[in-house]
Design a protein around this ligand. Structure first.
Ligand code: ADP
Ligand code: ZN
Length: 214
């Protein structure tokens, strides 16, 4: 099973990807996570990516394309994978298609998680993540039992540096300009499925799964 998750920042791609990973036992490949890890590891790539990410812009295509090309050739991707946050524009999507043709593979479904810009702002400004286990919280919709502490592992919750109003607005602009056109791109390939990303995580997941089965 090879899947792409599309949708604006805050649509819940990461959350749904983690559930899909469990259900299908295939890796979640998040370019955002890979880049954030590079920032943490203080690599040269991380240092360059941080500036761009903190501004809400896209890191250069060749960087993420190389990351993805390497990643999907690894052994654990044999049974499939979930792309979360890649591709982000038409150029990345075209390169991905080329690579998949070379590998004799194809994408089974592209799931487009739809959510309004207003909802995105609400979700992202209140979001915090556990750096230890990846669990996500929201100060209104899913508050941790103890403020600032992960329910699951006791890790100290962090806010992403790009989850502030100004940067979120920039990320939304980039989404509208560069990423949203991918819906047309994948519609032409007839494997695009739309899911309204409203309601509980479980409800959304159940709708995502329905789309995968058709
Ligand atoms: P979100 O979808 O919530 O904005 P991500 O974790 O997917 O969060 O991405 C965070 C940032 O990482 C982006 O704003 C961008 O700077 C960078 N990034 C992630 N994926 C890509 C990609 N495919 N191409 C370019 N930049 C990317
Ligand atoms: Zn945790």
């Amino acid at each position: 099973m090879r899947l792409i998750l599309l949708g604006p920042p805050g649509a819940g791609k990461g959350t749904q990807a983690k559930l899909l990973k469990e259900k299908f036992q295939i890796p979640q490949i998040s370019t955002g996570d890979i880049l954030r890890q590079a920032v943490k590891d203080n690599t040269e790539l991380g240092a360059r990516a941080k500036i761009v990410m903190d501004a809400g812009q896209l890191v250069p295509d060749n960087v993420v394309i190389d990351l993805i090309k390497d990643r999907i050739r690894q052994e654990d991707c044999k049974a499939g994978f979930i792309l979360d946050g890649f591709p982000r524009n038409i150029a990345q999507a075209e390169k991905l298609s080329e690579t998949l043709v070379e590998m004799n593979l194809r994408i089974d479904k592209v799931i487009d998680l739809e959510v309004s810009a207003e909802e995105v702002l609400n979700r992202l400004t209140g979001r915090s993540t556990c750096p230890e286990c990846g669990a996500m919280f929201h100060h209104i919709s899913r508050p941790p039992k103890v403020s600032g502490v992960c329910d699951g592992c006791g890790g100290r919750l962090e806010q992403r540096p790009d989850d502030n109003r100004e940067t979120i607005q920039e990320r939304l602009k980039v989404y509208m300009g560069s990423t949203a056109p991918l819906k047309e791109f994948y519609k032409k390939q007839e494997n695009l499925k739309m899911v309204e990303a409203k309601g509980s995580v479980e409800e959304i997941f159940s709708n995502v799964c329905k789309m995968i089965d058709v």
